[in-house]
Design a binder for this molecule. Structure first.
Ligand code: AKG
Length: 212
């Protein structure tokens, strides 16, 4: 049975202006084992539903296609990757990155520099089981910090190599989740499809240089 972590995030987040809460002791660390951990900070950003609309409008979303066996299929989500040094489309996204860099700098030893954006339009959009193992994440410990906007979708985690989902963590509405330690090479994560009626969600992932 997977462990469902229930986040008391602000389902009624009516604030017009995005505002960050504290990090510090409000961040809960889950030891996943195998040298991996997951930090969760429900409702880190209030006004996240208002920011969702700004990000959805400001980002030039791209539809990707990829080879799957002998056919080319649509990637079931919209994406845009802002590589290291590329300006982010809204000042608050740079502020988010800088706040995360400040919070994790002692442990990470470097800053977050890139921002991957994913738009899950509805329950048909998803990402399959994977670790972020392009680049340094394949061989060294690192961190991937995710700010979620819009409707909550579960981030699922399982040890690498298959098997059942060990954790299901609903993320949306300004929640923060950070995967750290060996997580990208010893665990896999996914956002599964759902037949339930769910609204759109945006995931913003901050990574250090050379991790993708
Ligand atoms: O949607 C999420 O929060 C996870 C995204 C993800 O795993 C990825 O893009 O590599």
């Amino acid at each position: 049975m997977s462990q469902q972590i229930s986040l008391q995030s602000s389902l009624l987040d009516l604030a017009d202006e995005p505002a960050f809460g504290e990090l510090g002791d409000t961040v809960q660390r889950i030891d996943l084992g195998l040298g991996a951990w997951l930090d969760v900070r429900p409702g880190w950003l209030t006004g996240a539903d208002a920011l969702f609309e700004q990000v959805r409008t400001a980002v030039p979303w791209q539809a990707e296609r990829r080879q799957m066996y002998d056919t080319v299929v649509d990637v079931p989500r919209m994406t845009r990757f802002y590589r290291t040094g590329e300006p982010l489309p809204l000042p608050i996204l740079a502020e988010t990155r800088d706040r995360l860099s400040a919070h994790y700098h002692r442990e990470l030893g470097e800053d977050f520099t890139s921002a991957g954006m994913c738009l899950y339009r509805d329950g048909r959009d998803s990402v399959a089981w994977h670790g972020d193992t392009i680049g340094r994440g394949a061989t060294t410990d690192t961190m991937v910090a995710i700010l979620s906007l819009g409707a909550a979708r579960p981030l699922c985690l399982r040890p690498r190599g298959g098997g059942r989902t060990a954790y299901r963590i609903p993320l949306g509405h300004g929640d923060l989740a950070t995967m750290g330690g060996s997580c990208q090479r010893t665990w896999e994560h996914a956002i599964p499809k759902t037949a339930k009626p769910v609204g759109a969600r945006i995931s913003i992932q901050f990574r250090p240089r050379g991790v993708a």
